[in-house]
Write a new protein. Structure first.
Length: 228
């Protein structure tokens, strides 16, 4: 299982070869299961839970990309990244501690960075609220990024989904990496073949198909941004 958390900035919508900046920065915490596949099938990344701090990104993630996103409050407190519900009850919190200096990702020899790059190249599997399976792809660009090793622990403080019951997850030696200034891009979602039918679709409580201010779903658009 992979935990990814941080703040997106310089985000934009891409349309007809044009880039339209959104002007918003927002935090997210993603729980991912990489290398999911059926016998003979291609490896993918499955996202059992995503927490976001931006309403339109949350809505589009659910309706178009099939990511089980919830919009909740998030903040950084020192070296901690804290996720709560709307009443202030703790859902998850992550703690990190530097274990080495910053270095450029290009040419870095950090043991887990190559694995992170490989995971970023995998298609991401999603299930829309009506049950349609789709895949999309992230393009993680490390050309200008900085990385450093960290020691990390993630505490799941409340049940946040099937198999995601309260527990504390500690990173092993050399297993956690902090990344800054990484550019990313998200492709259009594509409908999947029926081979994913044996996977469990999410229930209606795991995401909403309601658009911002009650609007009807709009066509999906690719996004881009930078992570810090």
């Amino acid at each position: 299982m992979l935990f990814m958390f941080g703040e997106h900035y310089e985000s934009a919508v891409l349309f007809a070869s044009r880039r339209f900046p959104t002007g918003v920065a927002f935090r997210e915490l993603v729980i991912a299961v990489p290398f999911v596949c059926q016998e003979g099938g291609k490896a993918r990344v499955f996202l059992p839970r995503v927490f976001s701090g931006e309403p339109v990104v949350t809505w589009s993630g659910n309706v178009h990309y099939g990511f089980p996103k919830s919009m909740v409050p998030m903040e950084r407190l020192g070296n901690s990244f804290v996720v709560t519900d709307d009443r202030g009850a703790l859902l998850l919190h992550a703690m990190t501690e530097p274990a080495g200096p910053w270095e450029r990702a290009a040419g870095s020899t950090l043991p887990r960075l190559a694995l992170v790059v490989d995971i970023g190249r995998l298609p991401v599997l999603g299930c829309r609220p009506e049950g349609t399976w789709v895949t999309s792809r992230f393009d993680w660009r490390f050309g200008d990024a900085l990385v450093r090793p960290v020691r990390a622990a993630v505490s799941i403080d409340s049940s946040v989904g099937p198999g995601l019951e309260p527990r504390v997850c500690h990173s092993g030696p050399d297993d956690a990496v902090e990344v800054r200034q990484m550019r990313w891009r998200l492709s259009w979602p594509e409908t999947r073949a029926p081979e994913t039918a044996s996977l469990r679709p999410r229930t209606p409580s795991e995401g909403s198909s309601t658009g911002p201010r009650g609007t009807a779903p709009l066509p999906p658009l690719p996004f881009t941004g930078r992570l810090r």
